[in-house]
Design a protein around this ligand. Structure first.
Ligand code: NFE
Ligand code: MG
Length: 567
């Protein structure tokens, strides 16, 4: 007899996600992913000036604060065939790279580590033994007995106070928690240190973007960062070198703390490489454009069908027809009118039709995207597999490092196929974070060299011709492929669609009733205690859900969609 588990809301994510599972014989046998909230940001874009769209779309999310801004200007620039000055590309690349490092650090330590790390068990650890263990993993200078003792003292006073604060609802002592006390203490120390480093990453975003969350410096055609190396107020030499020192500090943390921690967690939970693969069609897009038109990129992207790296097909750039034509969205199981099959985003429709939660009908506000008619998983794992398939050297290097460290600690040779899993998504995110750190170094140097050559340009003025233009922009956001699609008529927005990373992964069943990536990845997961479904959270959290991003609406006819009464 199957037991039904409903987790609603899933916490330590952004937005309102409900997960339902049927559990039989200690395993998940069926699953539903449901977005429980909708918002209407794109509605207010109708009829507006396309130059303003990025300011509005950026408010889709408060977590990935830059991504909807950057991809929006890319979509409008694509529609206008507008080139972007090199300095502007590099400055945008630095912002999205720094934001990404921030986002990945926060996800591993603050949003998901507590699925694997037992804070209460850390109280039993011997700080000296912890420091010794840490020295076998990394040269990080803050793994000292003194710092680890101080962390343990802090945790003890928290636990003894009876007011656990942010740690109040952890599954402490759960049978699926497997780390020894020393590893738990080390992870707890890094949880606290990670708070400092995510702030450093955000400083880069704030310096270049004028503020964070929600940068202020973008423009269709470039960025609003005047470059003047001799003045006190614009982008000066002093600020540029300050950014460099912040990037260096991020690199130390990512390489000496995040990468070894993920390898250690992966080794102790090697059994979790056997769960959570789900959808193994992987989609990612190239990132860090290196020229004014977006034809050359530092980081590759593409499509891998069926987990077969040999079948990798690259996506070439901002004009790529393979990507442009491959995307569609189904509303068959979402709370919108349906019946026309999966629609291309330029022709997307979003007319609400709320039912109730129907297991075989409609049950989510998230639509179900597909690529070439199939479900695809997006995110750091998809990106790392595509970059590895494309032979990207830094990706291969960090991938080898994580897999060999985890294999050494686990005492077994962990195969590359282990990446198709819940733990693989964490490993890939850490690998991607280190790759992005190296890219930040590279982009900073490219910016300095270009300025050094005497080029101070940051903006090309857009011109909107009469008639209709269509454009799309993509971005490899922290949670995966993000694309915005815009139809411009006589200089005004006629239609605007966002197909978002968490929409790809959190979407419900599609036109063919195929499960979405969250749903498929939950099948066969063990559940030791249905009252405390920690394992379900592990797999869902491994995707880094953002439901604010996943749900959004468009109405091409400008009809009022629904009236909301604030009570
Ligand atoms: Ni709101 Fe975001 C986007 C998603 S970036 S967090 O776009 O999904 O990862
Ligand atoms: Mg959409």
């Amino acid at each position: 007899m199957a037991t039904r588990i409903t987790v609603d809301p899933v916490t330590r994510i952004e937005g309102h996600l409900r997960i339902d599972c049927e559990v039989d014989g200690g395993k998940v046998t069926n699953a539903w992913s449901s977005g429980q909230m909708w918002r209407g940001i794109e509605l207010i874009l109708q009829g507006r000036d396309p130059r303003d769209a990025w300011v509005f779309t950026q408010r889709i999310c408060g977590v990935c604060t830059t991504v909807h801004a950057v991809v929006s200007v890319r979509a409008v620039e694509n529609a206008l065939q507008l080139e972007v000055p090199l300095n502007a590309q590099y400055i945008r690349n630095l912002i999205i790279g720094a934001h990404c490092v921030h986002d990945h650090i926060v996800h591993f330590y603050h949003l998901s580590a507590l699925d694997w790390v037992d804070i209460v068990s850390a109280l039993q650890a011997d700080p000296a033994a912890t420091a010794k263990l840490a020295s076998t993993l990394s040269d990080w200078p803050r793994n000292t007995v003194q710092e680890l003792t101080a962390v343990q003292t802090r945790l003890r006073s928290l636990v003894e106070s009876g007011q656990l604060g942010i740690f109040a609802n952890g599954y402490w002592g759960h049978p699926a928690m497997k780390l020894p006390p020393e590893v738990n203490l080390l992870a707890a120390a890094h949880y606290l240190q990670a708070l400092e480093y995510q702030r450093i990453a955000n400083q880069v975003v704030a310096i270049l973007g004028s503020k964070t969350p929600h940068i202020q410096n973008l423009a269709v055609g470039g960025v609003a960062n005047p470059i003047n190396l001799d003045s006190q107020s614009p982008l000066t030499l002093e600020r540029l070198y300050h950014i460099k020192s912040l990037i260096d500090q991020l690199g130390d943390f990512v390489r000496q703390v995040y990468i070894p921690d993920v390898a250690a967690v992966g080794a102790f939970y090697a059994d979790w490489t056997g769960y959570g693969s789900g959808v193994t069609n992987y989609l990612s897009v190239p990132e860090m454009p290196l020229d004014t038109r977006g034809t050359q990129f530092e980081l590759p992207g593409g499509y891998i069908p069926g987990g077969d790296l040999e079948a990798f097909r690259p996506i070439s750039g901002f004009q790529d027809a393979f990507f442009e034509e491959g995307v569609a969205e189904s509303s068959k199981h979402a709370w919108y009118e349906s019946g026309k099959g999966a629609l291309h985003p330029y022709d997307g429709e979003t007319v609400p039709e709320y039912t109730d939660f129907q297991d075989v009908g409609k049950y989510s506000w998230v639509k179900a995207p597909s690529f070439l008619g199939e479900r695809a998983q997006v995110g750091p794992l998809a990106n790392v597999l595509c970059m590895a398939a494309a032979g990207h050297e830094p990706t291969t290097r960090y991938l080898d490092q994580v897999v060999s460290t985890a294999s050494r600690l686990a005492g077994i040779q962990i195969p590359l196929t282990a990446l198709h899993s819940t733990i693989g998504r964490h490993a890939a995110r850490a690998i991607r974070c280190a790759v992005i750190y190296e890219s930040l170094q590279n982009q900073w140097q490219l910016l300095m060299d270009n300025i050094g050559s005497g080029d101070y340009e940051t903006f090309n003025r857009p011109v909107f011709p009469k008639g209709e233009q269509r454009g799309f922009g993509f971005h490899e956001a922290p949670r995966g492929v993000l694309s915005h699609w815009v139809v411009i008529r006589d200089g005004k927005i006629a239609n605007y669609q966002a197909v978002v990373p968490s929409t790809w992964n959190a979407g419900p069943r599609d036109e063919d009733d195929a499960l979405g990536p969250y749903e498929a990845s939950l099948l066969d997961n063990p559940v030791a205690d249905p009252e405390r479904p920690l394992e379900v959270l592990r797999t869902v959290h491994s995707f880094d859900p953002c439901l604010a991003c996943a749900i959004h609406m468009v109405d091409g006819e400008q009809q009022p969609i629904v009236q909301v009464k604030a009570l």
